[in-house]
Design a protein around this ligand. Structure first.
Ligand code: GLU
Length: 394
């Protein structure tokens, strides 16, 4: 990336449920980096997987951002010149890019039915390869525009036959990129399957949409969770084929947040009695409630502070940071690559410190919120301040 490019970073959640603290940390690191470089922080809603869509989840994400004060400069809610910021509203944009890839021989149409795919997984199963994928080893035995006669493909397309577009992963090529946190990362393309780019319903998959949108929205840096590292070979190829590797944003994959048993999960929260989401989230299908830091009584200042240091330090012993200090001191180079352990006792310590740090006046609103949640109406302002002074240390 050329150093003259304006800093534009994005958080790209899929509206599928509550916002995990790992998600908020991703928001925070994006936000701090944007503010530090007088750049823009964008929130893009990645809702192209209609089967995973959960009503209310998008609104909930914006409520969490508002509570933490990590407000985007551009989004569905905040507007901006690069919209729409919801991928389902951009559906028509992606297909021409995928078709251009087909024309250049980098992708192909595949007409296999779900039953045929199932059969492939059974028929090609061996002891060495217990779960065969749609890749260079099987693609010529399937029904696609590489294996079928040209006229047959043209006929199927003209009849609007159900199909997807897949990327043709090259065989045995090494792809690499430099991750800001991890340094050089390499992959062999042979282990990656021919990922679907455009689905049968016409929607792009995550891989297709993320690359096209990062390009169109002029994203300069992509900071996202480590779980997306395995997707980077596909993204690298799409960048190379569509826009050129020089145009590609810089990438950093943030370390996992670890709970008592590996990756911190919603279940850990329920099991050990600590919140895992930013705010309370009630699943509209199951009515299951997952607790949030806000409702547990955490101050946004404390929440942000404890997230900032989950995987980052400034090289000193300092643990308490104001937002302004974080904007000044944060650097991705000092983010660790190994998992960061979440410790709820420590999280409570941060909150306690922040309760002591803020004035009673500053604590009024969060305390009033908690009273309201419990159905208590606060009418006497002076009294509220007196109560805060009395109980804050405890
Ligand atoms: N939509 C992906 C998610 O839900 C975004 C991953 C990325 O930032 O590229 O986290």
């Amino acid at each position: 990336m050329s150093s003259t490019k304006k800093v534009r970073v994005r958080f790209a959640p899929s509206p599928t449920g509550g916002l995990h603290l790992g998600g908020v940390r991703t928001v925070l690191y994006n936000y701090l980096f944007a503010k530090q470089h007088q750049g823009n922080f964008i929130v893009r809603i990645e809702d192209t997987d209609q089967t995973r869509y959960v009503p209310g989840a998008e609104e909930y994400i914006f409520n969490c951002l508002q509570w933490t004060g990590l407000e985007p400069d551009e989004s569905v809610v905040h507007g901006g010149k690069y919209g729409p910021y919801r991928q389902s509203e951009r559906k028509e944009i992606y297909r021409p890019y995928a078709e251009a890839l087909v024309d250049k021989g980098y992708a192909y149409y595949a007409f296999d039915t779900p039953e045929e795919l199932e059969r492939m997984r059974k028929d090609f199963r061996t002891t060495d390869n217990p779960s065969p994928q749609y890749d260079h080893t099987v693609r010529m035995k399937m029904r696609n525009s590489l294996s079928m006669p040209r006229e047959e493909v043209a006929r199927l397309l003209s009849e609007n036959a159900r199909h997807v577009i897949r990327i043709k992963m090259p065989e045995n090529e090494t792809l690499s990129f430099t991750d800001i946190i991890r340094g050089e990362v390499s992959f062999n393309t042979s282990v990656v399957d021919d990922k679907v780019l455009i689905k049968a319903d016409g929607m792009p998959t995550y891989h297709m949409a993320v690359v096209v949108d990062d390009h169109l929205m002029e994203i300069s840096h992509v900071f996202r969770g480590e779980e997306w590292l395995s997707s980077t070979p596909v993204h690298l190829l799409l960048w190379k084929y569509l826009f050129g590797l020089d145009a590609m944003p810089e990438w950093a994959h943030l370390p996992l947040i670890l709970g008592p048993n590996g990756k911190l999960s919603k279940r850990d929260g329920a099991k050990y009695g600590f919140p895992v989401f930013a705010m309370n989230w009630k699943d509209p299908k199951t009515n299951e409630l997952t607790e949030g830091f806000k409702e547990k009584g955490f101050l946004p200042e404390a929440f942000i502070n404890l997230l900032a240091v989950l995987g980052w330090n400034d090289g000193s012993e300092q643990e308490l940071f104001t937002r302004a200090e974080l904007i000044e001191k944060f650097s991705l180079e000092r983010v660790q690559s190994g998992g960061a352990k979440f410790d709820y006792e420590k999280a409570k310590w941060f909150n306690h410190e922040w309760i002591k740090k803020l004035t009673a006046e500053e604590l009024k609103e969060p305390v009033r919120d908690i009273y309201e949640q419990k159905g208590i109406v606060v009418s006497d302002e002076k009294r509220l301040v007196e109560v805060i002074e009395l109980i804050r240390d405890r």
